[in-house]
Each structure stands twice: as C-alpha cells, then as structure tokens.
Design a protein around this ligand. Structure first.
Ligand code: PMT
Length: 398
C-alpha cells in the first residue's frame, strides 16, 4: 500500500528519455495524498512538457536559480526547507557526477545542497554508462552520504541495448518513497500522546480554548506509528484526521483528558504531552446561556486545571515522559524549569510568538532539552520535526 498523505515531495527531473514517465509518477504521488513540487533541468524539457507536469502536480514548475518571479513565490532555500523528501527521477550519469562533487550551479543541485530532507535517486542511463567505474565511484560517494538509490532496473533500453540502467517503474518508485517514512525502531513500544487544545466550557455556548491545531501531536502519532509503535492519541477538538492505525481518543476538556489518560496509562512505555492544555477552567459551569446585562464588565472565576503531564511523570516512574513547552519569552530557561519541576526525561520547546512556527503552522522549530544536552531542530515541516524528535527519544529507550 502506498500512503503518502500530507507528504511534501520535491521531484527533480533531469534530461533522460525516462522523463516521459514523470507525469505518471506525479499522478501516483498526488493520488496517494502527497503534495508535489517539481524542479526541471533545462535538458529535461526536451523529453517532457512542463505544462503537463504543471497540470498534473497543480503547482508551478521551478526551473532556474536566477528567476525573480519563482524566488518571490517560493525561493530555492524555502523549497529546500519545504520538502520532506527530494527525489531525482530520472537521474542521469551527469547529475550523479555533479551531485557527488557537491556542485551548486543550478537550481536542482543548489536546493539539494541546502536541504536536509532525505534524498532519493532513480538513475536512468545506458547500461555501459551505469556500469562505468567513475559512475559507480560517484554512486558510492553518494551512498556514503546516505543518499538512497531506487533501481536502476534491468531490461530493454530505449537505445536498443539490454541490461541495468532503466529507470524503475513509477509505482515502484512511489512505493520506495512511501516505505521510507516507516521503520521499526519503535517495534513493541506503546506510546501515549496528547494533542490539540482543550475546550473549557463557560456555559452551553461559550468556552475558553487556544489556537492549537493538533498538527504537531498528530505528526508525532503518525511518525511513532510508522516507526512500529502502538500509538494512543488523546486529542482535544481539532479539524484534522489521525493517521490510519493510530488509536484516537477524542476529548474536550482537561478533566476529560486526564480521565482518558488514567484509563490508558498502564503498560505505556513513552508518554508525550504535546497538547496545549488550558491551565485554567471556569470555576462554575453555568448550564444555561449567560444573559447580557446592562453592566459594562463581568468576571468569570477560574480554577486551575489538573496537570496531565505531571500526572504522567508521577505515575510512570521507570518509563519515558516527555513534555512540550510553549513560550514567548525566555523560552529555554522556562523550558528547563518545567523539565525539572515536572521531572521529565525531555522537553521540547517552541517559541509561540513566531506565527510561522508553533500554533497552527505546518512548520515548527524546536529545542530539544534533556538534563544532559540541548539541541536545536531548525525550521521544517512538523512531520520532519516529529521524526527527528522520535529519533532523539530512541537513545533513552533501554
Ligand atoms: O497543535 P499545533 O497547532 O501543531 O501547535 C503545537 C503546539 C505549539 C501546541 C505544541 O508544539 C506545544 O508547544 N504544546 C505544548 C503547549 C503547552 O501547553 O505548553 P505549556 O508550556 O503551557 O505546558 C507545558 C507542558 O505541560 C506541555 O507538555 C503541556 O501539554 C503540559 N500541561 C500543561 C498544563 C496542564 N494543565 N496539563 C499539562 O499536561
């Protein structure tokens, strides 16, 4: 099964006959939920029409490093940060050679150099070119840099030769990309994640809440599931869907969240508190709509909500408990305080004063803080941040 929902794929097309397969490849990515952006090299335009690719991807095609209009839309650095994965298909011997040298003299190579997204190459060339010692040395250099190769396949070639060098079929390429989002290092682990806001009712029509969209917590749940874990996700009201396979438990208020956590906590190996739990709730719920009066002011008494993360850390002594910290000032110092006060193994802090990250954004930028180290994860999609957070949790697992 190919599952690519919400994945951001940057497809780079270089000049080979197999480029004619890229509209089909793009169609498969799109059909399975991915967002696709495309870079075409100059020579690739001889093999496939940019307009077809624009139509099938639904996005403007990117060509040149020096293109004012494109830079104004999505500049090359932004494109590098946007991608969850970069795929070069077809990739010629010339492109493999240039990438192995770390060149950055066209849009494709510059974006790749500026990106830390996983890079996949689907080579396509003549059998002799693929077998050539220099090409193989370049492939080795790229593999050492963790570049992933899909194919090439063996068979009849467009030039009449037979052998290894054909680009893999679009379906197989899409499958390999989808598979790259899953792994098995959390096999057998049970993970409990909280996400989204809580909604604290004042009366039947009014409530206190915040701007959490659930995207960060849902991305963590998806990544943990794809890494092999059994995942329970306790979520406040949000408008996004949980990844198929994740056990979703919907709640409204902090009290309901705590009650749900109590029923799920036994046997949990890792708890991640990503929810933006309201710190306070109205002291008294008024069960009919509060009427407007002639008074200019009114006040509502608030009472502290239960601290769900603290409950988890107190009840999971020999397990891993991770919190998030949403701050606008002194973000590191405040996160450190929470780390020790709530006796956590790790805290992930984000600066919620920056509207391009944190609440309701597709991207985040966070600091991972433990008692022993601190690490910054630069701005990227929440799905990539989630993957990296989980990779940093792995060493904490005995
Ligand atoms: O949902 P998104 O739009 O994707 O946005 C993501 C996010 C900004 C909400 C997320 O990255 C984040 O920072 N979540 C934590 C928000 C928060 O409530 O931070 P806090 O610093 O107030 O709380 C610290 C920790 O205690 C958090 O793990 C929180 O879940 C937990 N907490 C807080 C209060 C409370 N009563 N119970 C809790 O468990």
């Amino acid at each position: 099964m190919i599952r690519l929902s919400n994945k951001k794929i940057l497809l780079c097309i270089t000049g080979g006959i197999a480029a004619y397969k890229t509209p089909e490849l793009t169609r498969i990515f799109k059909k399975n939920g991915a967002d696709v952006r495309i870079i075409m090299t100059e020579s690739s335009k001889e093999f496939v029409a940019p307009l077809s690719l624009q139509a099938v991807s639904g996005n403007q095609i990117h060509y040149s490093l020096i293109d004012e209009e494109a830079e104004l839309g999505m500049g090359h650095i932004e494109l590098a940060k946007w991608a969850d994965v970069i795929l070069i298909a077809p990739c010629t011997a010339e492109s493999i050679s240039r990438l192995s040298q770390g060149r950055a003299n066209d849009l494709m190579s510059a974006v790749i150099l500026a990106s830390d997204a996983d890079l996949f190459i689907a080579p396509a060339m003549n059998v002799k070119m693929w077998g050539d010692k220099v090409t193989q040395k370049n492939v080795k250099t790229l593999k050492i840099k963790n570049v992933n190769f899909i194919g090439p396949d063996s068979g009849d070639q467009a030039c009449g030769d037979v052998g290894e060098g054909r680009m893999s079929e679009p379906q197989d390429i899409a499958f390999a990309i989808a598979k790259s989002f899953s792994s098995s290092y959390l096999n057998g682990m049970r993970i409990l994640i909280t996400a989204g806001p809580t909604k604290e009712a004042i009366d039947p029509v009014r409530y206190l809440t915040n701007n959490s969209s659930g995207k960060m917590g849902y991305a963590l749940a998806e990544s943990a599931f794809l890494a092999g874990a059994q995942v329970d996700l306790v979520s406040g009201p949000v408008s996004i869907n949980a990844y198929e396979g994740v056990n979703l438990h919907k709640i409204n208020s902090a009290d309901e969240m705590l009650e749900k956590i109590k029923t799920l906590i036994n046997g949990i190996d890792i708890f991640i508190g990503c929810a933006a739990v309201a710190d306070f709730k109205p002291t008294n719920y008024i069960d009919s709509k509060i009427k407007k009066t002639d008074e200019n002011n009114m006040s509502i008494n608030l009472t502290k909500n239960p601290d769900i993360l603290k409950y988890a850390s107190e009840n999971m002594k020999d397990k891993i408990v991770i919190g998030f910290s949403a701050e606008t000032d002194n973000i590191i110092e405040n996160a450190r305080l929470k780390l020790s006060k709530k006796d956590l193994d790790m805290i992930i802090c984000n600066d919620v004063s920056d509207s391009s990250i944190g609440f309701d954004s597709d991207n985040n930028e966070v600091h991972i803080i433990t008692k022993d180290y601190e690490k910054k994860l630069h701005k990227k999609s929440k799905i990539r941040i989630a993957k990296e957070i989980l990779k940093n949790i792995e060493p904490l697992i005995n």
